[in-house]
Design a protein around this ligand. Structure first.
Ligand SMILES: C[C@@]1(CC(=O)O)C2=NC(=C\c3[nH]c(c(CCC(=O)O)c3CC(=O)O)Cc3[nH]c(c(CC(=O)O)c3CCC(=O)O)/C=C3\N/C(=C\2)[C@@H](CCC(=O)O)[C@]3(C)CC(=O)O)/[C@H]1CCC(=O)O
Ligand SMILES: NC(=O)c1ccc[n+]([C@@H]2O[C@H](COP(=O)([O-])OP(=O)(O)OC[C@H]3O[C@@H](n4cnc5c(N)ncnc54)[C@H](O)[C@@H]3O)[C@@H](O)[C@H]2O)c1
Length: 154
């Protein structure tokens, strides 16, 4: 992403669709629930690490009508044709993240360190998620060493 616009966003009144219920969905859903988003997972299978009581699970294959009323859409199925179909079904009023292809995403997720009064985020602008994770862990160490960081990391 050449010209990113960073924001901190309140999702508590937003409807978020996660398409696919596997390993990547586990991580994305965890972050969304921590943000109190209203999460609907559309996927024939749901990883056991996703709490079925905390999300609305539609146990089915994706169809375009599933995202009609969604504000944000996170695409993480293992089928690239399906991922492309979801992107094609979204309108420009919706914010889309295709976890399998950053060129099709309106936004990228960030690595974060959070305490009660601090939120630090790391983005490599899509270049290297593993580097973002490494820097996040270094930041966490530094915050701890300097007594800046007194709390929960998410
Ligand atoms: C920060 C974090 C937030 C989060 O996911 O919520 C995040 N990825 C994380 C983890 C992670 N990512 C990957 C693995 C598996 C590693 C392995 O096992 O191989 C792991 C697990 C791990 O490392 O532990 C692989 C991967 N990631 C992307 C692709 C596709 C591509 O590059 O196009 C592929 C290859 C897929 C493939 O083909 O296999 C894409 C994206 N990942 C991003 C964010 C966005 C850019 C972030 C930035 O700008 O820096 C972007 C562009 C889109 C997005 O997902 O929003 C989170 C940090 C964890 C933390 O915070 O601790
Ligand atoms: N952005 C990231 O952070 C990141 C990290 C790793 C991998 N990926 C990419 O994410 C994608 C998913 O990876 P994963 O490890 O979660 O795969 P996975 O196999 O664990 O999960 C795939 C999920 O997609 C569901 N699915 C399959 N067909 C579907 C359909 N038609 N409609 C709805 N759901 C359907 C399956 O039921 C399953 O729950 C891959 O394309 C991978 O390249 C992204």
């Amino acid at each position: 992403m050449e010209h990113p616009y960073p924001v901190v966003i309140d999702l508590s009144k937003k409807q978020v669709a996660v398409i696919g219920g596997g390993h990547v969905a586990v991580r994305k859903v965890k972050g969304l629930l921590a943000a109190h988003a209203n999460v609907t997972v559309i996927s024939p299978q749901l990883d056991a690490a996703i709490d079925q009581n905390a999300v609305t699970w539609q146990a089915k294959q994706f169809e375009p009508a599933d995202i009609k009323n969604m504000d944000m859409i996170i695409i993480c199925t293992s089928d690239s044709a399906v991922n492309r179909m979801v992107v094609a079904a979204a309108t420009h009023f919706q914010l889309v993240n295709d976890a399998s292809d950053k060129s099709r995403s309106d936004f990228y997720n960030v690595a974060r360190v959070e305490s009660s009064d601090l939120l630090l985020t790391v983005s490599t602008k899509g270049a290297s998620p593993s580097k973002a994770k490494l820097i996040k862990n270094k930041l966490k160490e530094w915050l701890n060493q300097n007594d800046w960081f007194n709390g929960k990391e998410s």
